[in-house]
Design a protein around this ligand. Structure first.
Ligand code: ADP
Ligand code: MG
Length: 343
């Protein structure tokens, strides 16, 4: 097939040929630096026998439109995570693909918009009976009143960010004063509403989901584990440092591993939560759901990622690998899902 890989890039104005040259360089240099996700996906597609166009977008959707019209892909692999460097504009790319009638992989604009707004996603899931922490959102400039109808500690996060932007130990607050301060911090720093929600003590689990309809499956679950010695439970969150700072991870004994033992009941609840959330949030082909498992075996929905990171060796690819899908097979499976629902 002819598969166009569409992705956001800082390289303004680069042609597909320029990306092809860069891709070759980056792949050759893999041992020293991980190639960008789009290049990894493109390589897997090529190894699966497809003809690949590398279509980087910075600020020009018309260029994408023209190149696709010219090249006529059978499928677009949507690897965009942002537009104009802004992750909350990620929905524009599939919106345009839809308007122009292309088949593409992954979530539709609605799912991207709904999951990006962590309050809206939880409202929808509450309607469907999924366990979500109690929460309240505060628009820019808004502050909590003297009493708050949630149980402290709370965690305060930007309403629409990802990659743990704005999430640090200081996000966890124990009283109204600290809540107000952290809300203001989120407003000032991220120029968006703040979401305060009840902090769920428990294990941190990430479930990658593949497929559609009756054939949806939850892959082996990944757990972020922390050295418990010398840390309080609320220190054990996937803050920005816990996710991205390798030295910090080492110091705190933070690792992503396949989920350790859990009860049969917890497993069942986890699966139910994943299927229900995936369906209710209009997710498609693949996604990742973040949950917490509390000591009483309740599963709590934290967040859905409509277009999770797909690079080799990271949570989703590792989960697929555990199931017997090597990286090429994993990418192939996503292509297959998109083609099957849209023959
Ligand atoms: N209600 C909560 N209770 C406990 N921990 C939470 C809660 N919400 C977020 N966290 C912690 O913060 C991390 C990042 O939050 P999340 O909503 O997934 O943001 P992001 O989109 O940046 O990944 C979670 O993985 C978890 O460790
Ligand atoms: Mg998350």
């Amino acid at each position: 097939m002819r598969v166009a890989v569409v992705f956001d890039t800082p390289y303004e104005g680069w042609t597909p040929d320029q990306h092809a040259v860069q891709m070759k360089k980056d792949l050759a240099n893999w041992k020293k630096a991980e190639p960008d996700m789009e290049y990894q996906v493109a390589q897997a597609l090529q190894k699966n026998g497809h003809d690949v166009l590398l279509l980087g977008i910075h600020d020009d959707l018309r260029d994408m439109s023209a190149r696709l019209a010219d090249w006529k892909p059978d499928l677009v692999f949507n690897a965009t995570e942002a537009f104009l460097d802004n992750p909350s504009l990620d929905y524009l790319v599939p919106a345009l693909l839809e308007a122009e009638g292309y088949r593409y992989t992954g979530a539709p604009p609605l799912a991207l918009l709904v999951t990006r707004n962590k309050a809206m996603a939880k409202k929808i899931l509450a309607y469907h009976g999924v366990n979500v922490p109690a929460f309240k959102s505060y628009r820019v400039g808004e502050q909590p009143g003297d009493t708050v109808e949630m149980r402290f500690p709370l965690i305060v996060k930007p309403l629409g960010s990802d990659a743990s932007e704005g999430i640090a130990q200081a996000s966890i607050v124990h009283d109204v004063g600290a809540l107000g301060e952290r809300i203001k911090f989120v407003h000032d720093r991220f120029e968006q509403p703040a979401l305060a929600e009840e902090y769920i003590e428990g294990r941190e689990l990430y479930a990658t989901i593949l497929g559609n309809g009756d054939k949806t499956e939850v892959l082996p679950v990944v757990e972020m584990v922390f050295d418990e010695a010398g840390s309080r439970p609320e220190d054990r969150i996937a803050s920005k440092s816990a996710k991205w700072d390798m030295a910090y991870r080492k110091r705190r004994g933070i690792r992503n591993v396949f989920a350790r033992r859990m009860s049969k009941l917890a497993k069942e609840r986890l699966a139910t939560t994943c299927y229900a959330s995936y369906r209710a949030l209009w997710l498609r082909d693949y996604a990742r759901i973040d949950v917490r498992l509390a000591p009483d075996d309740q599963i709590w929905f934290i967040e859905a990622n409509a277009n999770p990171f797909l690079s080799y060796g990271h949570d989703s690819a590792e989960a697929a690998h555990k199931l017997g899908l090597d990286y090429n097979a994993f990418i192939h499976r996503i292509v297959d899902e998109a083609m099957t629902r849209n023959p």
